[in-house]
Design a binder for this molecule. Sequence first.
Ligand code: ADP
Ligand code: MG
Length: 237
Amino acid sequence: LLRSFPMTFASAGTGLVHDHRCPALRVRNLSRVFGERSVLVGVSFSVEAGETLAVTGPSGSGKSVLLKCLNRLIEPSGGTIEVFGTDSMHCDPVEIRRRVCLVGQVPVLFPGTVEENLAYPFSFQANRHCPRPDFGGVLEAVGLGRTYLAKDAQTLSGGEAQRVCIARALCLDPEVLLLDEPTSALDRASAGVVEETIRRLNAGGRTIVVVTHDLRQAETLGRRVMRMRDGRVEDIV
Ligand code: ADP
Ligand code: MG
């Protein structure tokens, strides 16, 4: 079921390196300054292929900015990020965003069916060459049946909507999936289902970085937990 859509990490025609001997992510000395404020300072860590790394830390400690730097929504002020051996800074940001997909805290779906939402990224010029997966298969991978394809996206529960957002990211077959507090906007029951989805994706070999406020969640989801404070890595255990 989890393998019912391709995980080939195809970078057709882009000439990008995908070196399996390298970590999925290697971050060295990453920094980001906003005006006078240093929001990330000397952040270094690696994520192995197939690992789930959980990131925690107080509000304002730089977790979201870190994820946005990892998929180039925010440009770092310094340091390096490698994705399977490719220097992210020397890549087209659009390409990096396909290889390293970010799913935000609040599920955002467009008016229309679930299928139309899953197909949306393929309408971007930059993704024209990307193979379209079997959308029903991707929905099954996040624990939703094929019957969801035709559903109106606006009628879904919070947990269902968040899983559709994760599915939409998975449709591009990213090498790394970034999840920013994926359950914080959800009720307890929906949060449990999304957590289970994350565990299943990781069991299927997906590399994941999940930011969470919830220490229990961090410990159950992550093989390692990275704690941040004031833009720095406090520890990784
Ligand atoms: P969190 O750990 O809660 O996710 P963030 O990464 O969102 O924290 O934010 C870290 C710090 O960076 C905060 O002080 C925030 O105000 C600041 N910050 C985030 N984005 C911007 C921005 N675009 N411009 C200026 N400051 C920002
Ligand atoms: Mg945040």
